[in-house]
Design a protein around this ligand. Structure first.
Ligand code: EPZ
Length: 419
């Protein structure tokens, strides 16, 4: 199992370019199944979960031509709709294959999705099963897989009891090939969902209410395909902005969209963190004293749960106490124990709330990356800790951050990947 060794305390400076959004790439790849014409995807992040997603396309019989940051997918030859248990069980985003396979072939068989275990008892998929049933699908279960069958999907009205990013994207894909009109209510409104819906519109689907809680979709029988450029990864950009503030560095983050980070930048202003933005960049300047600011994670445009772990680390260096309220996942604050081992002062009130007191000096430690966002946070902690930090299970970080050690090294970080 490979690991990172980090010597803390290096001064960072320079420019870091943001890659394409992981949580859009992992949707547009399965969405290629909706059309029998080939699709070209550009600004594709070169990360483990994208590799797995493209392997799943090939395991179904699709053809993939790949360069490091783009690919062309041809799904005209896909015959069966049975997801490979081993592959699909390795990452949560495999659930994104179920809707396009069901919509195109009328049947899909898949194992309960894998990935980081963030929600209590693994990651629930009740919204997906309820949604498929709303379109008229029949759902059965054998020892390891779900079997969803619907010779034809009929347009429906569906209300998401919980605002869910992937459930919204999945029912949007079903609606594209469903007979008649579908109204989806209480939708998630992330920028990645807007980009996907805009692409489907360009490919011939009529969708109204994009970016609002209610989307109305007129299903069609045949979807074209074209070229899709993945938008910049707002979570990568936010993570690097937090890293710059944390290490009191002057770092320019390029190829990003500051408009997708309004909440973080507004909070930076309250914390008196000095920064400048342009159309596609954010430049952070060294700020000696960071003011504390409490956060409560919320669906977009609220504070993204994926930025909560790095922000909680930043709170350990703020002057005062910060209340962090993680509303989306049950286990996304567990990593704070590891920050406490490094010297942080974080008190857990309940699985959703911690109180951070800062500033505290952090010391290097041997750690294991529990999931993608906690993993990158431990790397950032290593950058400011005194001494050496070792982080195991860095596959979790490679799932979502392309070439992260080389990119941080280019800023001056002392980080080594040990296979
Ligand atoms: C997406 O996950 C992202 N993943 C997550 O990013 C992100 O944290 C999350 O949205 C929230 O923004 C991808 O897009 C691949 P949800 P998703 O459904 O869609 C509950 C990362 O680090 N729920 O919006 O799986 C669920 O338990 C990952 O990049 C149900 O109860 O998240 C959670 O509490 C982590 N039943 C809440 O909804 C369901 O059927 C919101 O989760 C589905 C979800």
């Amino acid at each position: 199992m490979s690991k990172f060794i980090i010597q803390g305390g290096s001064k960072l400076s320079g420019t870091i370019e943001v890659k394409g959004a992981k949580n859009l790439a992992l949707k547009i790849i399965p969405a290629s199944i909706l059309s029998s014409s080939p699709i070209t995807i550009t600004n594709l992040p070169n990360i483990e979960d994208v590799n797995k997603s493209l392997e799943l396309i090939e395991s179904l019989g699709g053809k993939v031509e790949r360069s490091s940051n783009s690919c062309t997918i041809d799904t005209s030859n896909i015959k069966n709709a049975k997801l490979d248990n081993h592959l699909a069980g390795q990452f949560r985003a495999s659930i994104m294959f179920t809707a396009p396979l069901l919509a195109r072939f009328g049947k899909v068989e898949f194992p309960h999705p894998g990935g980081c275990v963030l929600g209590a008892g693994g990651r629930p998929i009740d919204l997906f099963l309820d949604g498929f049933a709303a379109f008229g699908a029949k759902i059965s279960l054998n020892e390891r897989s779900y079997i969803i069958e619907a010779p034809i999907l009929v347009g429906c009205e569906f209300f998401f009891n919980i605002v869910s990013v992937t459930a919204t994207e999945s029912m949007l894909m079903c609606a594209c090939l469903a007979k008649g009109t579908t109204t989806l209510k209480n939708c998630a409104m992330e920028p990645e969902i807007i980009a996907l819906a805009n692409y489907l519109t360009e490919m011939g689907v009529k969708i109204s209410g994009i970016g609002s809680p209610t989307m109305i979709i007129e299903g069609i029988t045949n979807i074209n395909a074209g070229v899709f450029d993945v938008i910049p990864d707002r979570i990568e950009a936010g993570t690097f902005a937090i890293m710059a503030a944390l290490t009191k560095s002057n770092i320019k983050i390029t190829n990003c969209n500051p408009k997708h980070l309004e909440i973080l930048l507004n909070i930076f202003k309250k914390q008196e963190i000095v920064f400048e933005t342009a159309d596609t960049s954010i430049e952070i300047f060294p700020t000696e004293t960071i003011k504390p600011y409490g956060i409560k994670t919320h669906e977009y445009p609220g504070f993204p749960t994926d930025l909560q772990p790095p922000f909680t680390l930043l709170a350990t260096q703020a002057n005062g106490t910060t209340l962090v309220h993680e509303t989306i996942y049950d286990q996304r604050l567990l990593f704070t124990d590891m920050l406490n081992h490094m010297g942080a002062d974080i008190i857990t009130f309940d699985p959703h709330r911690v109180r951070v007191t800062g500033p505290t000096k952090l010391y290097g430690h041997k750690l294991i990356s529990p999931d993608l966002r906690a993993g990158i946070t431990l790397i950032l902690a290593g950058l400011i800790a005194t001494g050496t930090t070792q982080i195991d299970n860095i596959y979790q970080v490679d799932r979502g951050y392309e070439n992260i050690d080389q990119r941080l090294k280019a800023l001056g970080a002392n980080i080594t990947r040990v296979e």
